[in-house]
Design a protein around this ligand. Structure first.
Ligand code: ZN
Ligand code: ZN
Length: 337
């Protein structure tokens, strides 16, 4: 039996590293030694008590690792580097059968190990995953932690049906904003990022992306679509005013995607007639489907995502890291083992 060092959150603001005895794996499961796990906004919200989750809980869902044991087959061997799609997609509920497995009715049922709820348990030396949650990757394990966020951004960008030659505004130049900009570029469209943080704008510029102060966006409009506005706007920062601002800078027939959630939730003041007469489309996007995860594992091989990992910490440093928001100078923080 394997003992795993795991970061357990006992209650909001209270977490420590504890030994957990890993469960025996069943026939379709594999034991994975975690090599790295990204720290997501969800993990910070969980630690800070902003999300309603059962405690005690082990967070971390942007997981990469190495296969240790399980029923090996030709396509999965001991030592393989893998990214894990830890959503529980039941495969039989109404939404799974519709191909909308990101909305699975049973996805929130967290596994419990020694009384600890795993959401998804990546802040641990070891995790157990089902065969269908395991994706082999050809990148190093640190970069492989970005497969999950990339998959979520693929799901988002697909919503807006971006065409080559379009101009796209991405509000927020954090990691999700940057990944959106990269995907938009791959579609042959032109991304513009807006962010009030100078450090974030500088970071985007260092990747050859156009980054604007939010108050400069309307001034930029004359150079976009003959002054008619952006073809699409992605809102990746949880700021209540942003959807209304998106409507100000979008062209007729444009698409707005609300990528991020906001906690606590707010009602959006939407100009009814603007949406009606301008034929605007407003989309939500939640997580990623299995198909998005598969695409991300393929795509990540040809993307240069190393610069997005700006901070590496140990499991023992998680309490301090999760107590705060990500600092503007940081993009992704990952826990390494
Ligand atoms: Zn995440
Ligand atoms: Zn389902």
């Amino acid at each position: 039996m394997k003992i795993s060092k795991s970061f357990v959150i006992e209650a909001p603001g209270k977490g420590s590293v504890k030994p957990i005895t890993m469960p025996e794996i069943s026939e379709d499961e594999f034991l994975i030694e975690v090599r790295a796990c990204g720290v997501c906004t969800t993990d910070r919200r969980m630690f800070q008590g902003e999300l309603r989750v059962p405690f005690p809980v082990i967070g971390g869902h942007e997981i990469s690792g190495i296969i240790v044991s399980g029923r090996f087959s030709e396509d999965l061997q001991v030592g393989d580097v893998v990214a894990l799609d830890m959503i529980n997609r039941c495969g039989y509920c109404f939404y799974c059968r519709k191909g909308l497995d990101n909305l699975c009715l049973n996805s929130r049922k967290a596994r419990v190990v020694e009384g600890k709820h795993l959401i998804a348990g990546g802040f641990s030396q070891y995790v157990v995953a089902k065969r269908r949650q395991i994706f082999k990757v050809n990148v190093d394990p640190e970069v492989a932690t970005l497969v999950e966020p990339l998959a979520c951004c693929i799901n988002s960008v697909e919503k807006a049906d971006i065409q080559a030659g379009e101009s796209v505004l991405i509000m927020g130049a954090g990691t999700m904003g940057i990944l959106h900009a990269m995907l938009v570029s791959l579609k042959g469209a032109v991304p513009f990022l807006s962010d009030p943080s100078e450090e974030r704008r500088k970071f985007a510029s260092s990747l050859d992306m156009r980054a604007l102060k939010p108050e400069m966006v309307s001034g930029e409009l004359s150079s976009v679509n003959e002054g008619h506005g952006f073809d699409a706007v992605f809102v990746t920062a949880p700021v209540a005013e942003l959807p209304a601002q998106a409507i100000e800078v979008i062209r007729k027939g444009g698409r707005i995607v609300l990528y991020t959630s906001i906690h606590p939730s707010v009602n959006m003041p939407l100009d009814w007639n603007k949406v009606h007469y301008s034929e605007l489309s407003v989309y939500g996007t939640e997580g990623r489907r299995k198909v998005d995860f598969a695409r991300a594992t393929e795509l990540i091989q040809s993307m240069k995502l190393n610069p997005l990992i700006t901070k590496k910490i140990q499991l023992e440093e998680l309490s301090r890291e999760l107590s705060n928001g990500p600092e503007p100078k940081d993009q992704r923080t990952i826990v390494v083992f």
